[in-house]
Design a protein around this ligand. Structure first.
Ligand SMILES: [Zn+2]
Length: 264
């Protein structure tokens, strides 16, 4: 039932967007886990957070995780596509930077997969393209829960690439990981397309879109000294845009709107 209602909500949003009323279409949607929005460290909107991340170093299982319950080191996903470790890490760092430059949240890589707030790896049980699992801490005295740990996992049986080429059957790593980071910090899918957090993969725009930026800034505060929307959503060239015209893109996970973050 939840899947059905989610699709209906997405359709409603799309209608509003089609009407062209930016003021009524927020362009973002907060994750709703256990009937509350969730974020790192402080449950209060607009308060900053400092988050660590690491790469899985061995096969591991997370009991109770809805997504990414079994994880492998990320090499399992990118190496078959002839992507080097250096290139993969550069793309991941760039994906984190996208969010850092617009909201008051920082990400620091650490070595310990066990201690990291966000763990990145490949799926032990391949499904869809990429998933995120968001687990919450127990409620504090005021009943609020903050994020305890997020897992991001890529399907090792799917091909991956770096950069856009118009082939929507192969997902760009930076775009995909930036989308999954959005889930890992508390954002859900606002719509089918138009924002980085929209649930369809397409190559119409690189980087965060106005709705993505608004959502992240609402949760963690706007990054001071950063011009809003500055250079974050530069469209690709017209020949490239023509090449993908009419392509609707594929969802990140499985089924329309089926890919979502899960809470324990
Ligand atoms: Zn998603």
């Amino acid at each position: 039932m939840r899947g059905v209602s989610l699709v209906l909500i997405l359709l409603a949003f799309t209608r509003i967007a089609v009407a062209g009323e930016q003021r009524t279409f927020l362009g973002f949607r907060l994750l709703d886990l256990e009937n509350q929005s969730v974020k790192w460290q402080s449950p209060r909107w607009g308060e900053r957070a400092a988050v660590t991340y690491a790469f899985a170093t061995h096969a591991s299982s997370t009991e109770g995780a809805r997504n990414c319950a079994k994880m492998l080191p990320p090499e399992a996903a990118y190496a078959p596509s002839h992507i080097s470790r250096t290139a993969f890490r550069r793309e991941v760092a760039a994906a984190f930077r996208m969010w850092e430059t617009v909201a008051d949240i920082t990400f620091r890589e650490i070595d310990s997969a066990k201690a990291a707030n966000i763990l990145i790896g490949a799926q032990g049980e391949p499904i869809g393209r990429a998933f995120t699992n968001v687990a919450l801490k127990p409620a504090t005295a005021d009943g609020r829960k903050v994020i305890a740990r997020s897992l991001i996992c890529l399907n090792p049986r799917q091909p991956w690439k770096i950069g856009f080429d118009g082939n929507l059957g192969v997902y760009d790593l930076r775009y995909t990981i930036a989308h999954e980071i959005g889930h890992a910090i508390g954002l859900d899918h606002p719509s089918a397309s138009g924002q980085l957090m929209s649930y369809r993969y397409d190559e119409r725009q690189k980087g965060l879109q106005p709705g993505d930026i608004k959502g992240a800034a609402l949760l963690y505060g706007a990054r001071s000294g950063t011009k809003r929307f500055a250079g974050s959503g530069i469209a690709t060239g017209s020949s490239h845009a023509a090449a993908i015209k009419g392509a609707s893109g594929w969802p990140f996970g499985i089924g329309e709107g089926g890919e979502r973050a899960g809470a324990r």
